[in-house]
Design a protein around this ligand. Structure first.
Ligand code: SAH
Length: 251
């Protein structure tokens, strides 16, 4: 079934009035017919099964809510991914894949070795607009009930200072503490764990100053094994590892 996030005022009781852009997509691109069902989401965590009833003036699609339920695709664990901004399309990939696996909030981080800079306000807002579209499409495709939050880009130290949940920082030079061991320890203290933060470095990694700073604020450096992963792989692998260890990846 096709899934669409709509502004909450599109749903009025049992009547759904699709915005023009979604109506066009329904009729011209997806060729959804009257009587067919689609899933509608209002970004509150609820999901509505909606039958398409008619096209007003051959344009705006109207639908009728048949059923509503809490969206089962929302994980119980709230993961914030503090991801250093990457070159090219790698950051887009992190947003897309980590939304599929279960991240709820993304923070674009600018660290010592981050190559892209924050840029002008207009460059930032263009980029954020693209990032939000990627998050929405990934959330629709993967069955999430909430579009992950995209926070404002911030520098690494500010991101560390903002942490108030259990947080880990995968670091390829960490030798003694592994991801699984740390998660098991955390679970032995807090079960079920409800919130967690992850920091992933840029292509060139974190500096030892940055790791020491994070550690001084209680953020735990962890190893993801003996292989060096690209930043985007490290993000997907650590989010998947956390979800798996907490029984949220088919557990
Ligand atoms: N330039 C570095 C690697 C950076 S990889 C080098 O070549 O040595 C980018 C990010 O992925 C790192 O900052 C870290 O957060 C994560 N990462 C990659 N491999 C990892 C591993 N084996 N253990 C922990 N973190 C890893």
């Amino acid at each position: 079934m096709h899934r669409f996030f709509l502004p909450s005022d599109s749903i009025d009781g049992s009547v759904v009035r699709f915005p023009d852009s979604t109506s066009r997509q329904l009729s011209r691109v997806l060729r959804v017919q009257i009587g067919e069902k689609v899933a509608v989401l209002d970004n509150t965590g609820w999901e509505y099964e909606v039958t398409l009833t008619n096209f007003l003036d051959n344009q705006s699609a109207l639908g009728h809510v048949e059923e509503s339920r809490l969206c089962p695709g929302e994980p119980n664990l709230h993961i914030t991914l503090n991801q250093c901004v990457l070159k090219g399309s790698s950051f887009d990939l992190v947003l897309q894949k980590c939304t599929e696996v279960g991240v709820s909030s993304f923070v674009p981080v600018y660290s010592e070795r981050t190559i892209p800079n924050m840029g002008t306000n207009s460059a930032q807002s263009r980029r954020e607009c693209r990032w939000r579209r990627i998050l929405t499409e990934a959330a629709e495709q993967s069955g999430r009930g909430l579009i992950p939050t995209l926070n404002q880009g911030i520098d690494f130290r500010t991101a560390c200072k903002k942490v108030s949940d259990t947080a880990i920082i995968p670091w390829e030079e960490e030798r003694s503490t592994g991801l699984q061991g740390v998660l098991r320890e955390i679970k032995s203290v807090e079960d079920p764990l409800s919130r967690m933060e992850i920091f992933i470095g840029p292509e060139g990694g974190f500096s030892t100053f940055e790791i020491d700073y994070a550690r001084s604020l209680g953020i735990i450096p962890v190893s993801l094994g003996a292989r060096i992963l690209r930043a985007e792989t490290a993000a997907i692998a650590s989010v998947s590892g956390v979800m798996y260890e907490l029984g949220l990846l088919g557990g």
